[in-house]
Ligand binder design. Structure first.
Ligand code: FES
Length: 107
């Protein structure tokens, strides 16, 4: 099962085994990871599941759809080039070892 490392804004690291087909957001919520709110439950409608993907891993993440791109313009902490919505990061085997950092706030 691919592993994902979640790094909170204060530097706390949590490593989870995330089943293929489960989103980075879903795994975080199910495991009580602080820093991902996910108000809309994964419908790409809230932007409270904002994460920063480790830059060199961006090529192995799914391509960004227009809806995600638009929502990232409304995040509480301004988007960066490595910003993604974690509900849109559905795990594939290629994403093994993914590292995401949560922003200071989601709201
Ligand atoms: S959970 Fe709402 S946009 Fe990701």
């Amino acid at each position: 099962m691919p592993r994902v490392t979640y790094i909170s804004h204060d530097g706390k690291q949590t490593v989870l085994d995330v089943p293929v087909g489960t989103s980075v957001m879903q795994a975080a919520v199910l495991n009580g990871i602080d820093g991902i709110v996910a108000e809309c439950g994964g419908s790409c409608m809230c932007a409270t599941c904002h994460v920063f993907v480790q830059e060199d891993q961006l090529p192995k993440t799914p391509e960004m759809e227009l809806g995600e791109d638009a929502m990232l313009d409304g995040t509480a902490v301004p988007r960066r080039p490595n910003s993604r919505l974690s509900c849109q990061l559905v795990m594939t085997p290629a994403m093994e070892g993914l590292v995401v950092t949560m922003p200071e706030t989601q709201t």
